[in-house]
Design a binder for this molecule. Structure first.
Ligand SMILES: N[C@@H](CCC(=O)N[C@@H](CS)C(=O)NCC(=O)O)C(=O)O
Length: 380
């Protein structure tokens, strides 16, 4: 018989890492081993699996494996090289005040550690692709994260720049990376180590002793000039909005109902290189798990029950802010355009995304930005 304490189950959702380990071991191990491991590792569960009642075992497996929170990011461990022409002579329009001129992205040797469908990683890729910056991708296994062994910082995206003498500089956090690279491309500052020092790491601890890491100046492009133009202030404000508001609407929307959750995980599992059994676990257990996790996130960020209307309002707010302009950046997307596009591109094709296009006017801006990114318009 499979039993586990429901409240503890939900409490353990606070610790996705532990949950992932549990889920993985439950999926991969032998039944009796799984039960023992779960008891030993978590200290949360009391689980006995009876092989005679296989459907119950399966339910238990699915329940445990529902901690596959970040399996939404399980994709192949594959290194791909994106080659692209180095960006040259970028001209900006009247609206955008920052001139990205004589960008020499060819001297950059970048490796991006990512989960393919993570909104923060999509946001960073939109930036890199738009400017035609070449980079290698290392897809991180969200369960073991062994690809991040070298790093104390445990989230993705991480970008590693290799200098001419093979010296490596690690950049953490999507917004820091975007600000740092823009600083590199738009100013004379070419010392990567120094650029990273402009975005100091700040560790804090909440009342419960939970540590978190933030970075100073993460939305600042270090132009070296005093003050900010109206457009730069606007760009910064909306970049902050993407990280602080928009991304929080994504999970409650794409995992809103069991069927939508399944839809999201069908996409994810179909892009993985796991075997049939693992894909089955990812698809169904992930869908079940994220359905509940999304509810928890909704509560955490105080999102009303009608999660779709929040997404529509966000899309409307953004469209209104862009106004009559082609992009917020004018004739070309600025960092805010790329951030909004990048975050939304992580859910392209899902019901939530299609509903948003149907119920709002964001579609034409989205398609324009998509085209600009795909065409690497920032490199022209
Ligand atoms: N502020 C960070 C957030 C990154 C983030 O939360 N990444 C998630 C994936 S979407 C992650 O790596 N989570 C792993 C963990 O929290 O242990 C950024 O903008 O890069």
């Amino acid at each position: 018989m499979a039993t586990y304490t429901t409240t503890r189950f939900f409490r353990s959702l606070n610790n996705p890492r532990k949950f992932l380990l549990l889920a993985y071991q439950n999926a991969a191990g032998k039944p009796h081993m799984r039960a023992n491991n779960i008891r030993n590792i978590s200290g949360y569960f009391r689980l006995d699996l009876n092989p005679d009642k296989s459907w119950k075992s399966l339910c238990a497996g699915l329940g445990i494996a529902s901690g596959l929170f970040c399996t939404s990011y399980v994709l192949k461990h594959n290194i791909r090289r994106f080659s692209s022409a180095s960006a040259q002579s970028l001209e900006t329009n009247e609206t955008s005040q920052r001139f990205l001129s004589d960008v020499d992205a060819s001297r950059l040797k970048l490796t991006l550690y990512q989960y393919q469908v993570c909104p923060f990683c999509c946001k960073l890729r939109a930036f890199l692709d738009f400017y035609g910056v070449p980079y290698q991708v290392v897809e991180v296994d969200p369960i073991r994260r062994k690809e991040l062994k070298f790093s104390e910082y445990r989230k993705v995206p991480i970008l590693v720049q290799e200098g001419p003498a093979n010296e490596k500089t690690q950049l953490n956090d999507s917004s820091v990376i975007i600000s740092a690279l823009t600083t590199y491309m738009s100013t004379d500052e070419k010392d990567f180590q120094r650029i990273v020092s402009y975005f100091p790491r700040m560790e804090s601890e909440d009342k419960k002793g939970k540590k978190s890491v933030e970075f100073g100046n993460k939305y600042e492009v270090m132009t070296g000039k005093p003050g900010r133009t109206v457009n730069e202030k606007e760009e910064k404000k909306w970049r902050e909005w993407v990280d602080g508001v928009l991304v929080h609407y994504i999970p409650p929307n794409i995992y809103r109902s069991p069927s939508e959750s399944l839809q999201a995980f069908s996409y994810i599992s179909s892009h993985s290189q796991y075997n049939t059994m693992q894909q089955f676990v990812i698809k169904y257990a992930g869908a079940v798990g994220m359905f509940f996790v999304a509810k928890k996130l909704k509560k955490k960020y105080d999102i009303p029950d009608d999660v779709r209307s929040c997404l529509y309002s966000a899309a409307d707010d953004w469209t209104k802010a862009v106004g009559n302009r082609k992009f917020m950046g004018g004739d070309k997307p600025n960092l805010a355009d790329l951030a909004v596009y990048g975050a939304l591109s992580s859910i392209e094709g899902l019901d939530a995304f299609n509903d948003m296009l149907y119920h709002t006017n964001i579609g034409s801006w989205y398609q324009r930005t998509r085209k600009a990114v795909k065409n690497k318009d920032g490199a022209r």
